[in-house]
Design a binder for this molecule. Structure first.
Ligand code: PMP
Length: 381
């Protein structure tokens, strides 16, 4: 057996083998998958903007004007006028001095954390941070300290141990697999006391939480208190690519030091055109964000009525923890047969023993469909 075969056998024996599934059609928050029509309950296209006619038209227009690809990295000849325009628009939306586009959220997190957490420093990372932050910490020259999830006492103790070394705290704003919020006010207060830098990943906050979808940092009145806000164009903005909001000095530093910016091709023009239109829609139609919230409330309320341990609220990410990975896969398949698609999420994406269906409500779902899906899941559980 080769090492690859042995690894695959081990993954399979644990019930953790992952396979790609191909969506045959998708529109309006539904999919066709293996010939089965189902409500799509596991996409991050929170506002349904990936399919919005104006967003698709903007992608096509950007392809016509600028071409299919940017042709080079940002620092060579890949920074096109529309990249600069989107950066200005995102900086205005988020209330930051500067903004810098990256190829993806994964590239932004790895590049930013690795660049800012330099030799001789300490980077303090929440235990449930996204894999891209984990990898950024691995690439950073700073020592990494992982603190218990959302635990301010653990963070304070880690900061005390960091002593005089430059410290960088990094956290998801909304945790991707549980939909819970980081205690950002407490984190910022601790950072201020210790002179630490704070990086917040608003991948699941942008377009979802806060005033007009401006994110958790804005909701808590912490704009300007958080040093670096990362966001992605790939979730509520329905496109692909990512951005980093920060001050002008940090922007200049990242342009010089973030390797994933310097050595990777600039995001493609159609993606940037689409994201600009999506951002315009979010700014001009706050009712869309409200629709997402009311759908999330409806889904959560019905799951609660059906006896699931789900809190009421407006966060569209709703984990239904099953525990065993095989049981989660089986529930996923039976739900798909019954017209509900929610992919099972298993370790190592989530901790051992917490395999789950991660449900995600969208603005373009019908409330009645969400209620019916919750009842279907209750019947199949
Ligand atoms: N951060 C978080 C919290 C995420 O959930 C994700 C996407 N799964 C990313 C970053 C990566 O973003 P992208 O998909 O744009 O690479």
């Amino acid at each position: 057996m080769t090492d690859v075969e042995a690894a695959l056998a081990q993954i399979g024996a644990a019930g953790l083998l992952r396979e790609l599934r191909t969506i045959e059609q998708t529109a309006g928050g539904r999919v066709l998958l293996d010939g089965r029509d189902a409500l799509l309950l596991c996409s991050n296209d929170y506002l349904g903007l990936a399919q919005h006619p104006a967003v698709r038209a903007a992608a096509a227009a950007a392809a016509e004007q600028w071409g299919a690809g940017a042709g080079a990295s940002r620092l060579v000849s890949g920074t096109l006028a529309q990249h600069a325009q989107l950066e200005r628009e995102l900086a205005a939306f988020k209330g930051s001095e500067a903004c810098l586009l990256f190829g993806s959220g994964f590239l932004a997190n790895t590049g930013v954390v690795a660049a800012l957490a330099g030799r001789g420093g300490v980077v303090l990372s929440d235990a449930l941070n996204h894999a891209s932050i984990v990898d950024g910490c691995r690439l950073a020259a700073a020592e990494t300290v992982v603190y218990a999830h959302a635990d301010l006492d653990a963070l304070a103790a880690a900061l005390a141990r960091a002593g005089d070394r430059p410290a960088t705290i990094v956290t998801d704003a909304i945790f991707s697999m549980d939909g819970d919020r980081a205690p950002l006010e407490g984190i910022v207060a601790l950072a201020r006391r210790h002179g630490a830098r704070v990086i917040v990943d608003e991948a699941h906050g942008t377009g979802v939480v806060g005033p007009g979808g401006r994110g958790l940092v804005a909701e808590l009145g912490l704009t300007g208190e958080v040093d670096v806000v990362v966001g992605t164009l790939s979730k509520a903005l329905g496109s692909y690519g990512a951005f980093v909001c920060c001050d002008a000095r940090t922007h200049a530093f990242l342009v010089n030091r973030a390797r994933t910016l310097i050595y990777s091709t600039a995001p493609p023009p159609p993606s940037i055109g689409a994201a600009r239109e999506a951002l315009r829609i979010v700014r001009e139609q706050p009712a869309l964000v409200e629709r997402l919230r009311s759908n999330a409330r409806a889904l959560r309320a019905e799951l609660g009525r059906q006896g699931f341990a789900v809190e009421p609220g407006e966060m569209p990410i709703v984990p239904l923890v099953v525990g065993d990975p095989r049981a989660a896969m089986e529930l996923c398949e039976r739900a798909l047969d019954a017209g509900v698609f929610a992919q099972a999420i298993r370790p190592p994406t989530v901790p051992d023993g917490t395999s789950r269906l991660r449900l995600v409500a969208r603005a373009d779902h019908d409330e009645a469909d969400l209620v019916a899906a919750a009842r279907t899941l209750a019947r199949l559980r």
